[in-house]
Write a protein that binds this ligand. Structure first.
Ligand code: MSP
Length: 526
């Protein structure tokens, strides 16, 4: 039996400090769709997600809620799992950094770094942003405030352990040069080199004495491990690294893809690879840095009253429409923008009109002209059909390429080009005229090509909109599994003895634009 190739993919682990909004859900939705794509391509996939439960911020939030930190994170981890269930995220493991399978290994790693001299004791003084749990140098501050979140920072000094990052700087640069696929997109690498590495890498503070909600340093118990060394190692502790059972670690490490938002790029593109080098472990094959979903007035925040929660969109417009919007909206090159207007517009025009109507018209015509029986493939009787078929083949290749590059927004764009071309084909071939003029062969070919393109569209949508894709296949009467595989996309002549359903059912119901925009806007304020 031939071994399936493995694909290990991770999301960042989330801070369980407040309710997740659509921005925070984005990373996980993106990871889930890539996992589904890889599974469809025959890979043995493993998707890891989880919660990052230590640090001062969590301690403060818990206190505010009248809970112990442990009570707070227990509750929040359940909330996270509930959301992933609602969003049908197919994760294989959920790691919590308070679990002993993680804490024990972090302690061992810290010890080992102390022994190898990678970690040394010193004093840390810097400008600390509590919500971001990050120290900044004076020059990094913007108007004396945190450069990431714009909030107040405090000058703090404490005894602390440091990780000797400088020692690894040259190796890291060399690694970047030798592994062009390591960082995606490419411009993030340039940012790291120019902003952080070339100006001189600073050693990273890896312990704290100013709070105690963290993993204790065994050899110096007044210190707890500072949150990034704790958090980043989750990607290997979840696989059982340094535990009695390293089976999963041996099978899945190094990760094939680690997905992170742009705000945490520095930690994943610099510190994480260096920690791995210090542990003598191979580095992940690719780290994908994605942009953010923004609002017209900047970042989503409760205080601005501009937060959109995924539950709101899912409960009212469905999971697939929500995922479609999120994944389509954030391009590789810049941030995406959420607007209620844009959401409703995309729903009505891309989902109802372009996709929904195409399916509906096709099913209606197949019923009207052929009693629902999909005609047999009979070659391509004319130039229009030939060109149309070639276009579909090319789009399949484009979509595959975009998925392979993990560029889901562009994959969706390519799928919609095929949808648009297929709609145009109806206008070009005028099936109702062909029927009137008894052009039986041509009409058969048109209907076959429409059904076949819809089958292809459905398969290509499976990673992002599984419910919709399966519903399209159901309405088309495609039941055989060999007609639902990715491999079947390269063929054009496979549909035989298929009958579409008698009456098409709408995939998406058209929304009243004004009403729905008001609905979303009012829920943002509540
Ligand atoms: N706990 C750290 C990650 C540690 S990984 C070892 C963390 N957590 S987070 O909850 O703050 O963020 C989780 C993810 O959500 C990050 O990838 C972050 O970039 C992403 N996003 C938060 N807001 C976002 C948007 N508005 N848009 C897209 N992604 C966003 O960071």
């Amino acid at each position: 039996m031939s071994e399936r190739k493995k694909f290990y993919i991770t999301t960042p682990i989330y801070y369980p400090s407040g309710k997740f909004h659509i921005g925070t859900a984005y990373t996980t939705v993106l990871a889930d769709s890539i996992k589904r794509y890889k599974t469809l391509r025959g890979y043995d996939t493993f998707l890891l997600t989880g919660t990052d439960e230590h640090g001062q911020k969590i301690q403060t939030v818990a206190e505010k809620n009248g809970k112990t930190p442990q009570e707070h994170v227990d509750l929040m981890a359940e909330e996270a799992k509930k959301l992933w269930k609602l969003m049908d995220i197919q994760y294989d493991d959920f790691i919590r950094t308070t679990e002993s399978r993680h804490t024990k290994v972090v302690q061992k790693i810290f010890d080992r770094f102390m022994e190898t001299g990678d970690i040394y004791k010193g004093n840390y003084e810097g400008w600390y942003c509590m919500p971001c749990e990050t120290y900044f140098t004076k020059t990094q501050l913007v108007d004396g405030k945190c450069p990431d979140c714009g909030r107040e920072v405090k000058l703090m000094k404490e005894e602390a352990y440091f990780f000797n990052m400088k020692k690894y700087a040259d190796r890291l640069i060399k690694y970047y040069e030798d592994h062009p696929d390591f960082i995606k997109p490419e411009y993030r690498k340039t940012e790291m080199l120019n902003n952080f590495i070339k100006p001189g890498l600073e050693d990273l503070c890896v312990s704290r004495t100013s709070f105690d909600w963290g993993i204790q340093v065994l050899k110096d118990p007044k210190h707890v491990v500072y949150v990034w060394l704790d958090a980043l190692t989750n990607y290997i502790t979840a696989l059982g690294y340094m535990s009695e059972n390293e089976e999963l670690f041996e099978k899945y490490w190094p990760a094939d893809l680690q997905i992170v938002g742009k705000d945490i790029a520095r930690f994943h593109l610099i510190y994480w690879p260096i920690f791995l080098m210090a542990l003598d472990l191979p580095l992940p094959k690719t780290i994908l840095v994605h942009n953010w979903i923004m609002m017209k007035d900047g970042k989503m925040s409760k205080s601005k009253g501009n937060v959109i929660y995924p539950e709101l969109l899912i409960n009212r417009y469905g999971l697939d429409a929500t995922k479609y919007y999120l994944l389509k909206e954030v391009p590789e090159s810049q941030d995406g923008l959420f607007t209620p207007e844009g959401f409703i517009e995309r729903f009505n025009s891309n989902l109802c009109n372009d996709l929904g109507n195409l399916l509906n018209r096709t099913i209606a015509m197949c019923n009207k002209y052929f009693k629902g029986e999909v005609p047999k493939y009979n070659g391509t009787p004319n130039e229009v059909d030939k060109e149309f078929e070639e276009f579909a083949k090319k789009q399949v290749e484009n979509v595959e390429q975009k998925y392979d590059e993990y560029n889901i927004a562009s994959a969706l764009q390519e799928i919609w080009e095929l949808i648009a071309r297929t709609n145009k084909y109806i206008d070009e071939t005028l099936p109702w005229t062909l029927a009137k003029e008894n052009e039986e062969e041509k009409l058969k070919s048109v209907i076959y090509h429409l059904i076949e393109n819809l089958r292809k569209i459905a398969i290509m949508l499976l990673p992002v909109m599984a419910n919709t894709a399966n519903e399209i296949l159901r309405q088309l009467g495609i039941e055989k599994n060999n007609l639902k595989t990715w491999e079947s996309l390269s063929k054009y002549d496979q549909i035989t003895q298929v009958k579409v359903i008698e009456k098409g059912e709408p995939l998406f119901m058209r929304l009243n634009t004004e009403e729905e925009i008001d609905y979303i806007k009012s829920s943002m304020k509540s």
